[in-house]
Design a protein around this ligand. Structure first.
Ligand code: SF4
Length: 230
């Protein structure tokens, strides 16, 4: 496991919780609009898990939660072990994932090792559109299985979609909503092109009014719809 970053005060990652965040390197997707291309592959020295666990232990009086993000955390076979150790310190854990590993998600949920999940859904769940959005060939049945795991788990979860112009159009958004209907919460995330190095580097984000329209369209499919800025 390669730990690329540790954020002691993660203000936005888990609303309502005093959280820190662990950023893991490595991802099995190659989204052409990725705003963390530095986390796609492990590079540089890994931060050891021990100093992070020590920090959590020492700050348990105010620290309530840990967000595990990336990259894609579930590409790490030893994620289960790391989360187990964090949970042993009596703090809550939220996992950010692209939903490509339903088996691991199921194991983590079954063992009650995660208290919240945020799953990124990139596009409507047909293989061609999804693979274009993810930059690799994706068997969308795995994504659908992850959604089912979340719906059946009883764990609170958010579906997060980055509103990338050219990927999330009005049509693709409506098709995506049909695939996601009945999910819990949706976060429509503004596209942040500041660190994008691929073909979407020059793509301008949608104006706020477009995100508000999307949120209006999504109402009714979700319990709650939120727009998140950069
Ligand atoms: S899943 Fe996330 S980290 Fe991986 S390439 Fe896509 S946007 Fe980047």
């Amino acid at each position: 496991m390669h730990i690329a970053g540790f954020v002691k005060t993660a203000l936005r990652e888990w609303e309502g919780e005093n959280a820190c965040a662990i950023l893991l390197s490595g991802c099995n997707f190659r989204c052409p609009y990725c705003n963390r291309p530095d986390l796609m592959f492990p590079s540089g020295e890994s931060i050891g898990a021990e100093p992070i666990l020590d920090y959590i232990k020492e700050n348990r009086d105010f620290l309530e939660a840990v967000v595990i993000s990336g990259g894609e955390p579930t590409v790490n076979g030893d994620l289960y072990k790391l989360i187990g150790r964090i949970k042993g310190l009596k703090v809550k854990v939220k996992l950010d994932t692209n939903g490509s590993n339903p088996d691991m998600l199921d194991d983590l949920a079954g063992a009650k090792l995660v208290d919240r999940v945020c799953m990124n859904v990139m596009a409507p769940l047909d293989p061609e559109t999804y693979s274009k959005a993810a930059g690799v060939c994706v068997d969308t049945e795995t994504i659908k299985r992850s959604l089912k795991v979340l719906r059946d788990s009883g764990i609170p979860y958010d579906i997060r979609t980055v509103a990338v112009p050219g990927i999330i159009t009005h049509d693709s958004f409506v098709r995506m909503l049909r695939d996601l209907d009945g999910s819990e919460n949706m976060i429509i995330q503004q596209f942040d092109n500041r660190a994008v190095t691929g073909p979407y580097a020059g793509t301008k984000p949608y104006p706020e009014a477009t995100l508000a329209e999307m949120a209006g369209t999504a109402k009714g499919c979700f319990r709650k719809v939120k727009i998140r800025g950069i």
